[in-house]
Design a protein. Structure first.
Length: 55
């Protein structure tokens, strides 16, 4: 019984690790995309081609 519980817990830990790695990869992609978009927005503002908001 103890061995079965240990095997189950080990399998669950590996599954948790695999899922966490997927989430981390997705989060890194989102951070990279956000940083890229921020750079584009800064360049747009610096060039003066951003749309002006009404005063």
């Amino acid at each position: 019984m103890i061995r079965a519980n240990l095997q189950r817990d080990t399998a669950q830990a590996w599954l948790d690790l695999a899922l966490s790695e997927r989430v981390l990869t997705a989060a890194r992609k989102l951070v990279n995309e956000t940083e890229r978009q921020i750079g584009v927005q800064k360049a747009t503002v610096a060039s003066g081609s951003s749309p002006r908001l009404p005063a």
